[in-house]
Ligand binder design. Structure first.
Ligand SMILES: [Zn+2]
Ligand SMILES: [Zn+2]
Length: 299
């Protein structure tokens, strides 16, 4: 070995790699404070959960001892990025004033619970416009402004890319950018985007054949710094199907290749990545297998 090479090996890398923020949507069965232990069981460094039943309107506040217990338990884990997914019933773009008002109230409660629990992000699907697309975009954005104003805090709202089923908004990057641009400037800094690999593939963004092109389009539409969270899911349905059916990583129509790219993409290195893949008959075993597979892609 030449002296020069020996010296080079002693020099630490200029920039230390950021910690990998990788985890799963975890069950909060038995209460939100039960989730951190489930994160530990799968060696997660990121977690997502529902802060209430995702398919019910019934609201709840996070009680002080519940919040404290969650924060305490979380602090003794390796989890560094936390997020809630909002209820599927919420439709902030609804033309029905009663449903929209109910959605805004429910969404505001989602934000309140995130703040009480100290969660970094709230992931939310844009709504269904039902009648007119442009009117739906306006209703969705205005409802976001109203909810964020009613619930101050640090939680970042991440609008999730959708598969484009029916009249759902958010299946193109441009449409998400349009919604964000209409949100009141005073709260717009609290709005980002969650990219779901299954949804964008179903919405005709070809992560398999044109990975670089997809991220170039995202960058063109809103700037990559709006991307705050990723959902890593393979898809049970073919490209451009406009369907939302998650499959195990590398076992669906996307296959392993795009996930290898994601796991090694320096632009995405600091973006928390969460799987929402089928749990099969053993959630811990299946999620562990998925996260181990994803980590094995890192070169
Ligand atoms: Zn998702
Ligand atoms: Zn989905």
């Amino acid at each position: 070995m030449t002296p020069a090479r020996k010296r080079a090996r002693l020099v630490p890398p200029m920039v230390e790699a950021p910690p990998l923020l990788l985890g799963a949507h975890l069950s909060a069965a038995g209460g939100v404070p039960e989730a951190p232990a489930r994160a530990v069981a799968i060696e997660a460094t990121a977690l997502q959960l529902f802060t209430k039943m995702g398919n019910r309107w019934a609201e709840r506040e996070c009680l002080d001892d519940e919040c404290m217990s969650f924060r305490e338990r979380l602090s003794s884990t390796g989890v560094q990025a936390t997020m809630a997914h909002d209820s599927y019933l919420i439709n902030l773009a609804s033309p029905d004033p009663v449903l929209r008002a109910r959605s805004i109230a429910s969404f505001t409660m989602e934000l309140h619970r995130c703040r009480a629990l100290g969660l970094h992000y709230l992931v939310s699907h844009p709504g269904n416009y039902m009648d007119d697309r442009d009117a739906g975009i306006a209703r969705n954005a205005d409802a976001i402004s109203e909810s964020l104003a009613a619930s101050p805090g640090d939680t970042i709202l991440c609008l999730e890319t959708t598969a484009g089923t029916g009249t759902s908004l958010g299946a193109t990057f441009e449409e998400l950018a349009t919604i964000i641009a209409r949100v009141d400037a005073g709260v717009r800094g609290r709005v980002g985007v969650c990219l779901d690999t299954c949804h964008v593939y179903s919405a005709s963004y070809d992560l398999v054949q044109d990975y670089d092109g997809v991220f170039a389009r995202l960058d063109d539409a809103m700037g990559l710094d709006r991307l705050k969270v990723m959902h890593l899911n393979d898809s049970k349905t073919p490209f451009a199907s406009r369907r939302d059916r998650h499959e195990l990583i590398a076992e669906g129509s996307l296959g392993a290749a795009p996930f290898r790219r994601v796991m090694n993409d320096p632009r995405l290195a600091t973006v928390p990545k969460v799987i929402e893949t089928p749990k099969l008959d053993d959630a811990t075993a299946t999620d562990t297998r998925m996260l181990t597979l994803l980590r094995s892609y890192v070169e």
